[in-house]
Design a protein around this ligand. Sequence first.
Ligand SMILES: [Cu+2]
Length: 260
Amino acid sequence: MSLWNYLLPPSNASAQGRAIDDLLVYIHLLMLVLFVGWLAYFLYTVFRFRQSSNPKADHVGARGHVSTYAEIGVAVVEVVLLLGFAVPLWAKAVDEFPIKKGDPKTDPIEIQIMGQQFAWNAHYAGLDGKWGKQDIKDASANNPFGLVPSDADAKDDVTCLREPFLIPVNRDIICRISSMDVIHSFKLPRMRVTQDAIPGLTIPVHFTPVEKGDYMVICAQLCGNLHSTMKGEYKVVSQEEFETWYSAKSKAGGAGASFE
Ligand SMILES: [Cu+2]
C-alpha cells in the first residue's frame, strides 16, 4: 500500500461514481489554490507590515483593487462548480431513475434497506416479483421490515438480516432506504452512495455496480454506542450467480425463515 492508498478514497466501482470523483477533484483543486494563495498573502502581509518598517498604523488601508478582483475570481469559480457541476450531478441522481420495462433480466433491481442499531438489513420482492404485505404491528428486531407472516406474497420475499446481500454486476440497483430506530446513513463508499436512513421515511437511491467483488456498507451517521461496528456486507456477482442465489433464497421460504 502506497501513501496514496491512505490519502485517496477507495477506488470507484459504479457507473455513476466517476462524475462524483471528478467534482471532488475540482473542489479540492480550488481549495488548494485558496490555501496556497491565502498562505502566501498572509506571509507577505506579516513581512510587509512588520512593526520595524511601519512604526505608525495606516488608517486608510488597502488602496488597490487586487483583493476585490481576487474575491470576484473565487466567487466565479465557486458559482461554476455549483451551477456547472454540483447541481446537474444532483439533478441527474434524483431525476434519472432507472425505469422498469418489464424484462426481468435487465429491469432495475429494487431492494428495501432497513437500518437497525447496529446492522443493515435488505429485502427483495422474491421470485413472484410482488412485495409482501408489511405492517408496523409485525415489525420487531427479527422482522425489521414488518412482513406479515400470513401474507401469501410475503412467503417468497428474500430478506437478508444482518447478513450479506447480493446484487448483479452491470445492473441498475435501486435501494429504498429507511430505519427502524434512529437516524443512520447508508454508505457504500466504493459505489459513491451515501443517503441518510430516517425512521418514517423511505428514500430511494440508485447506482450501477461495474466491478464484481465483496464490499462493505457502513453507517455514516453517529447513531449510538456501537455506531462504529455498524457494518454490512454486499457482494457484486455475475447475473447467473445472482439468479441462483436469489431463487434458492426465495424458495427456501425467504422472509418466512427469518420470522423466528
Ligand atoms: Cu447507524
